[in-house]
Design a protein around this ligand. Structure first.
Ligand code: AMP
Ligand code: MG
Length: 456
């Protein structure tokens, strides 16, 4: 039995207002947790940070955005070529071309101050505003410029037109993308790359967005060493702070990893107070299951309003949730189990929605799911919803889920190999090979190579 599986039982510590009598469901736990979170305040944030990166990616707009000019502001050419009066090109073909007088050269970014009169053309580059008088653009390909094999930049007095142009040919009209006064983006929109680009196209250097939550992360345990220190007997490296910080960051929050707290009341109390300053949420890992040296529960109960839950899920049954009295007001606290997989899985199920709620996108946290055929048996031993780490792939037109290997909640590599969590419901003993199950799809940059699949 792992420590995870030792029940903390209905607790008598802490306040009773949010205290469940018994094991609670994942949904129940999530609803109680989310009841303590709200969208953070909005402010004008620069699109770019000091290092030149996009800082607002994934943040939610708190304003409706209106255009204060049209895009494009002026009609302009979509091609490199010659701005002409379409009527002047009527009847032109390759076999019976006609000629126009070249009266000007125009690059993007400049406005032609003259006017194209009958029989005239202005040599023009993509994006340059249409000269007055011209209503069409004949691309280089339909002039004698193509015959040189490369564009001929030498000044020339005449151009041969090999094809007739219709009025409006290769012209982008003013306002064809956005009209002055249009509402271009609406409040509640998540800023993805395209929306960031739209902001910039409107000339806006800032966006009014809901603030990112700062999440303080505290690992507890006498056995923990920070990576970079030499490994000594009896110790392990603190992986939770790192995986949790990475989760916080990937979900859009700002992680603040605190120094490890030893399993003493004094150390833990000091660290928690340090963590609360300026944080919107505090995450601790370990010390919420039954263990002789777990002082986390004692400290939590004395410092704030807290409930200890046994959630009907695996990995990750024990969970503490409460609200601390921070220096700047109440700070919700999520006390996660210590086992590395349990910590990540509980954060996935409860911390992710909390962050999304603070970011102002409360309905966006659920991940996509697929129905997949289980390649391996997924066993549920004790009536808890089991989230099995798996590799899900499309094979012959259907989704197939293969376990990553042993499913111990101490084996962090089972998370690193997985691109999905196959769900065995609490009321099922087993999903047999060949049966369908629901699989939560986890973000992945690349599919897991076949060689590391199914290493069991
Ligand atoms: P606990 O909840 O304190 O009983 O811890 C459960 C298990 O998780 C133990 O095996 C701990 O050593 C392990 N553990 C606790 N904290 C961490 C951490 N920050 N990183 C990696 N493993 C941890
Ligand atoms: Mg411990």
């Amino acid at each position: 039995m792992t420590n995870d599986d030792a029940t903390s039982g209905p607790t008598t510590t802490g306040t009773r207002s949010i205290l469940p009598a018994d094991m609670i469901s994942v949904e129940d736990a999530r609803a109680r947790i989310l009841g303590q979170f709200h969208t953070l305040e909005a402010s004008d944030a620069p699109l770019l940070d000091a290092g030149g990166g996009v800082s607002v990616l994934g943040q939610v707009l708190a304003e409706d955005v209106y255009a204060t000019f049209s895009i494009p502001p002026l009609a302009n050419t979509a091609m490199d070529g010659y701005a002409v009066r379409a009527a002047d090109t009527r009847g032109a073909t390759y076999d019976a071309p006609l000629e126009l007088a070249v009266v000007g050269y125009l690059a993007a970014g400049t406005v032609y101050d003259g006017r194209v009169e009958a029989g005239q053309a202005v040599r023009i580059m993509t994006g340059a505003p249409m000269p007055a008088g011209a209503d069409a653009v004949v691309p280089f390909e339909e002039t004698d410029e193509q015959e040189h094999g490369r564009w001929d930049d030498r000044p020339r007095e005449r151009v041969r037109i090999d094809a007739a142009a219709k009025p409006g040919a290769n012209v982008r009209e003013a306002g064809e993308d956005v009209r002055d006064g249009d509402r271009v983006l609406t409040r509640g929109t998540v800023l993805q790359p395209a929306q960031v680009g739209v902001f910039a196209s409107l000339g806006r250097a800032t966006a009014n967005v809901y603030r990112r939550p700062v999440v303080a992360i505290l690992s507890t345990g006498d056995e923990l060493l920070r990576p970079g220190q030499p490994l000594t007997p009896g110790k392990i490296y603190d992986s939770n702070a790192f995986s949790l910080a990475a989760q916080v960051q990937s979900f859009g929050g700002i992680p603040r990893v605190l120094d490890v707290a030893l399993d003493t009341v004094e150390a833990l109390t000091a660290r928690i107070h340090e963590g609360l300053a300026g944080a919107d949420m505090l995450i601790t890992s370990a010390g919420v299951s039954r263990g002789d040296f777990d002082v986390v529960k004692t400290v939590l109960a004395s410092e704030g309003e807290v409930a200890f839950w046994t959630v009907r899920m695996k990995p990750g049954k024990p969970l503490a949730f409460g609200v601390f009295r921070g220096p700047n007001g109440p700070v919700p606290h999520l006390g996660l189990p210590g086992n590395p997989v349990s910590a990540m899985m509980t954060f996935e199920l409860f911390g992710r929605p909390a962050i999304f709620q603070m970011l102002g996108k409360p309905d966006a946290w659920p991940r996509p799911t697929v129905r997949a055929v289980a390649a391996d048996a997924i066993r549920n031993t004790d009536g808890r919803r089991f989230f099995a780490r798996c590799v899900v792939s499309e094979e012959a037109g259907r989704w197939v889920a293969r376990l990553t290997g042993p499913q111990s909640s101490g084996m962090l590599t089972s998370m690193s190999l997985a691109n999905g969590y196959a769900v065995c419901p609490e009321d099922r003993d087993v999903i047999a090979p060949g049966e369908e199950c629901e699989v939560i799809l986890v973000d992945r940059e690349a599919p897991v190579p076949a060689s590391v699949r199914n290493r069991s």
